[in-house]
Design a protein around this ligand. Sequence first.
Ligand code: TXA
Ligand code: MG
Length: 316
Amino acid sequence: MPETRLLPPDDAGLDAAAEILRAGGRVALPTETVYGLGADARSDAAVAGIFAAKDRPAFNPLIVHVADLAAAARHVELSDTARHLAAAFWPGPLTLVLPLKAQAGIAPLVTAGLPTLAIRVPAHPLAQDLLRRFAGPIAAPSANPSGRVSATEARHVMAGLSGRIEAVLDGGACAVGLESTIIGFGPDGTARLLRPGGIAKEAAEAVLGAPLLPPAPEAGITSPGQLLSHYAPSGRVRLGATEPRAGETMVGFGAVRGDLNLSERGDLAEAAARLFTVFHRLDEMGAKAIAVAPVPEEGLGLAINDRLRRAAAPRD
Ligand code: TXA
Ligand code: MG
């Protein structure tokens, strides 16, 4: 494997990125949520390269990124409810899990054998430009080694995957900073929240005109990537802390101030955008014990608390 190239966010960089994808290689690309590790979703060999670079268990399916709704319609069956959600939130941080079309042209490795496909239209201008130049679907999980914190800056991708992938397209910091909200549908068409993320649950419910249900317990495989210890910095994490104990590095929110702060003005969007950068910063500082201030369980706070609980879960 040659050295990982850092591609600039210009015409030459985008052309080089599209060329690498056409050749079956891997390019980490910025999206508005987090960086994705992209490869041609039509090629099993290219997609296998993603799993290899991430050390990802092969049963964990990937999200496919497309330029627009028309491109999505080539790969999945869009119900009226799905179209309604897509019209409201695409391009943007919403992933829909939908039945795969018979002639979808998606490599079987992408869905890990499931009859459904997770698909989204990213809003980031560089992701959009790359999708149009490449003119095909890009499979992209978050651009981090499996089980580690997602990357929200090109240097985070480099720190985790340098020497394991062909290139990183540098788009600066990701605006949302948390992965997309994933919504799936039951056999009766009811929408279910498979992963809280960059679209607030309340916003999706307002469009649906109905509450989003939790994943069906009998469904078995829902969002299998939701391993508990995911999204964890290396240090031990204690939640709901109002002040640090001896030896702890404090992460503040709002009135509860820390060594690092998610948002001093208590703004949930700002906290979401900073969360993974703070996790990476804690690792850089060598923090062994981490205390995190309470974050309200509303709006983007659902997704923030979901990632915090995973970070605080017992590990092997
Ligand atoms: O914001 C995001 O969603 C980022 C950017 C790069 O788009 N991507 C991302 O991908 O977070 P990843 O692979 O780290 O997480 C995808 C999640 C996993 O939990 C996976 O199990 C779930 O989506 N997933 C994929 N296909 C699925 C399917 N057919 N049914 C249920 N869950 C699925
Ligand atoms: Mg991930």
